[in-house]
Design a protein around this ligand. Sequence first.
Ligand SMILES: Nc1nc2c(ncn2[C@@H]2O[C@H](COP(=O)(O)OP(=O)(O)OP(=O)(O)O)[C@@H](O)[C@H]2O)c(=O)[nH]1
Length: 584
Amino acid sequence: MQLQAQLRVGAALLLGVAAGISTYVLLGYAQAYRQSIRNLRTLTSYELVLKAGDAVSAERAPANILLSLDQDAGQAYESTRAEVAQARHRTDLALDQLDQLVREQAQGSARRTGLAQTQAWLARGRADIDMLAARPPASRSPQDLQQAIDQMVAARVKLDPLINDFYSKAVKDAPDQAGIMQMARILSDLHEYGGRIGAMLVVPLSTPQPISPARRLVIATLRGHIDQLHRLMPNASGPDDAHGDAIDNLRTRAERDFFDHTLSLIDTLVACSGANYPMRAAAFTNAVTPDLMSLESLENLFMQRAVAEVTQVQRDDRRHMLLIGAYLLTFFFFLLAVLRAAERLVIRPLWLARKEIIDLANGDLRRSQRAGSSAEVRALHDAIDTLRRQHIHSMQLAIERDELSKALRRQAHTDALTSLLNRHALEEITGDLSADPVRLSKGRGLILIDVDYFKSINDEHGHIVGDLVLREVAGRIRHLVSEPHMAFRYGGEEFAVLTNGLSMDALCQFAEAIRHAIWCDEVVVPGISKFTVTASFGVAKGNADVLTWLDLLNAADAALYRAKAQGRNQLVAAADPARERSAS
Ligand SMILES: Nc1nc2c(ncn2[C@@H]2O[C@H](COP(=O)(O)OP(=O)(O)OP(=O)(O)O)[C@@H](O)[C@H]2O)c(=O)[nH]1
């Protein structure tokens, strides 16, 4: 597998592993995030039901005051009516929100029944309160007053199952916030139980009249619940944060207001049950309402803390998810960058180096495009340069060897005296005449030339002059012989011209021209003399009788012999007596 593919597979594997681990962690956070969303929804629902309960409880306070006021009270009556209207509006708003929430829930039908009962009791209680408030105080019977108040209490009691239900679900869904929610629940119950005791006292204080034994029992039971809840309240407020400080402050106030002030007041009033109550209903309600509101504020603060905690968890989970996503994305781009760098710094330089080596092997000695600057790649390029230098050196050696070989070959085929091709060169063409005869093409012709009376020249002028004459004769032959014909020094004072493609007539004319060139101009020997040189010619050509080189040579040689015999300085054509003629 190619390095590039290996790198890509490796990167894909790494990315896969990273993606797998990230997905695993991400799924954990996603689950926690979804859970925190559910928790938040649960807490919000629980907060809503507690608010609805508190609103129903709180609505009783202005209503109780209203029942103890005369329409003639003027401003006090009107402002209390306005407070009642405001409290009812708050209750209706809270119950509507709760109703909407319950409708959206799967197990909504049972809860809606409870809610509908609350609303029904509330409607009856409000109607009775409005009816009684419209009468003069003297015509309001204690029974009617108590009934109106009891209906308002009943409306709140009908919410208890719903509150329990939401509380159980909230504790189950968000166990981390169970402590806070329990605290909120305790405070809500304290608020309600305190309010219910107040509801028991309103009529006796308004009338005034003693508290009935049955009501005393109810008050004692509620008082017992309150003490029990007080004991259940944890001492610590939780984490030391802004909420914690506010909770501590508010709790100190609630302890003072509710447990010291309200409960002491209730105990005093219950203890002096009869005509000598130190205060009437309105004063009592006005005295305890702020204390009950402290409990509600504390409860709200606890719920805010629970919501803040879950919101923080949700925010943390989301941040973690984003971080993991960002890490994964960064890792992806990091791998991409590594791959690109590997491609740029290693793979591309390798491919280019490979191409350069192949070009070099194919004889292209140019230095081609290169890439990469790492020490390893530079070392590779140095190695290629070394190879190139070596290659160039080898090629130069080969050229020199070839030239030397050609020179040797040329030397071996050249006659040193005349510079014409020698007999050895001729035999390269004709083959070994002593071996099997080599067939001849009909186009081939041979002119054998023998200088006449050359021995006399040597004898008369010396060998040096003889050599000069041989060079002069060779020069004149060379001057006339050109491609495709070839001139040779056949040996001693003998020359040969090998022709190709000439008819016998043309061959004879060609030989005649050479003979004329040798004979017509005197050979000048500087400083010595000048004299005429002649030569005899034997001419032969391939034909039906002359089939081999040996045949051709023999025929030309025979013709030459005849030319000598017939008086020299003449040309004789072989195997065609009609053509044999003497030079003029
Ligand atoms: N100067 C010189 N003489 C050479 C060379 N090669 C051969 N000879 C001489 O050429 C002469 C040839 O003489 P012959 O064979 O008798 O022929 P010729 O004298 O030319 O007489 P014909 O051929 O019958 O006309 C000899 O004396 C050789 O020594 C050479 O390279 N240089």
